[in-house]
Design a protein around this ligand. Sequence first.
Ligand SMILES: [Mg+2]
Ligand SMILES: [Zn+2]
Length: 237
Amino acid sequence: MNRLGPVREALHAALGRSVAAPVTDFAPQLALAPSAAPLRRAVFIDKDGTLVVDVPYNVDPARVEFTPHAVEALRLLDRAGYALFVVTNQPGLAAGRFSRSEFARLQRALIDRIQNEAGVALAGFYTCPHAPAPRAALACLCRKPAPGMLRQAARAHRIDLARSWMIGDILDDVEAGRRAGCRSVLLDVGNETVWRRSPLREPDHRALDLFEAAQHIVATAAAEPATDPVRGAGGLQ
Ligand SMILES: [Mg+2]
Ligand SMILES: [Zn+2]
């Protein structure tokens, strides 16, 4: 048994991969624009049912459709200075419903469409490739409602999580955001069906589409006292 395999894979994942590299596989943690700049605000956006219309297990780029006003929302948040990340659970990978290279192709197509249609360069695209764990002790650290993907992104991109937001269409997204120390917006579009409630699963705001969520985020920031991104609250002292 090759015991180095997982180690090498983890190293590759941690280092990220150049987007210019040929798309043969996807990196679970894809740092598209690593930076040593001061702490930035970010918005973490769920993919299925939030950024794009949920088509279960779809990896065909031709079937990817943005949710209503998603493009305008990305543009608004980008112009307001937020680093934008997609954070997505893809248990279809663990279940063998599609391959890593098929998902890589979809990921590339989505990144390109965001660039072409919104004029926005995503800061990163984080994917949990794992299946739901049969018990908590076996759970990975990245599958939402765990905050692993947000924390990875924050470390790689110097994100101030306390000034950042998570937007998603189910309470697991809300909880992942809150566990990471962000605020959260629930897209209340009927995709949550279980409504298991707890303090961590209470959204800070509810919106009917991504643009409404983006407007709330921008308006909230405008109403808060300006903080120096480096020396202000939550920044480096
Ligand atoms: Mg979703
Ligand atoms: Zn995971």
